[in-house]
Design a protein around this ligand. Structure first.
Ligand code: F6R
Length: 241
């Protein structure tokens, strides 16, 4: 694992965006795995700015997102589909049909998830997967549990994640209780992984991910076994290491 130390959130965003931008420049038809959440927003802003300045071209890029809430319409401003359009897709020249977000409204979870994995494989696999890190060490919606789930699947969200995500909803009651997510196996298949982490509240989780034992109780710890991971974290997030 390579660890890139950033001063603060803005510095983390810029440094991580440079890694994404290099991928897009080096391989203009790259397959990007994308994440939602607060942490990547600054990175997406940098990519948009560099697109507007003519530095980046997304016309041959395709994207697959990590996860989506179950049963939340795409028009809901808390759906990850909506988030991605707001924070990236609507601001760069990604062609219609090039972006993929799990359809949480499909009641047949198994079929939805299997088709998603098959589509990624058929496209040639993910070149670079962007991740954030949950306070309990989760990546995508893979929560601490007894095993490492392989492919895309439907999960029950744990109370800590529901509580953390309730900041975006009127109340915790409104946060969906289930989600569709890429599995640990799907994430580990990506050729490169870029994980962004910011803030003192993530320091404990990041320490476990980087220095602790590899265990499904800290899902992100599996990244220690991936051959090409770059962690871009700010000083606060790295404060316990
Ligand atoms: C988002 C995702 C989640 C977040 C994680 C951290 O697509 O899969 O695992 O990356 O919950 O979220 P933030 O960045 O909001 O702290």
């Amino acid at each position: 694992m390579r660890v890139v130390r950033a001063k603060d959130y803005d510095d983390m965003s810029r440094k991580a965006a440079m890694i994404m931008a290099a991928q897009v420049a080096e391989k203009p038809d790259s397959i990007l795995g994308l994440a939602t959440g607060s942490t990547p927003i600054g990175l997406y802003k940098c990519l948009i700015k560099w697109y507007e300045e003519g530095i980046l071209d997304f016309s041959a890029i395709r994207t697959w997102n990590l996860d989506e809430y179950e049963n939340l319409p795409r028009t809901n401003d808390q759906s990850y589909y909506y988030f991605m359009h707001e924070n990236l897709f609507d601001h760069v020249n990604l062609p219609e049909g090039a972006t993929h977000v799990l359809n949480g409204m499909n009641p047949d979870a198994e079929a939805e998830c299997a088709a998603y994995d098959a589509a990624i494989d058929a496209a040639g696999g993910i070149d670079i997967q962007l991740l954030g890190l949950g306070h309990d060490g989760h990546i995508a919606f893979n929560e601490p549990q007894d095993d490492f789930p392989a492919g895309t699947h439907c999960v029950e969200l744990n109370p800590m994640t529901i509580e953390a995500n309730s900041r975006f909803f009127a109340s915790a009651d409104e946060v969906p209780k289930r989600a569709y997510t890429m599995g640990i196996g799907s994430i580990m298949k990506a050729r490169k992984i870029l994980i962004v982490v910011s803030g003192k509240d993530k320091a404990e989780a990041l320490k476990k991910v980087l220095c602790g034992p590899v265990t499904p109780q800290v899902p992100g710890s599996i990244l220690q076994f991936h051959p090409d991971v770059t962690v871009v974290a700010d000083e606060d997030a790295l404060s316990l290491i």
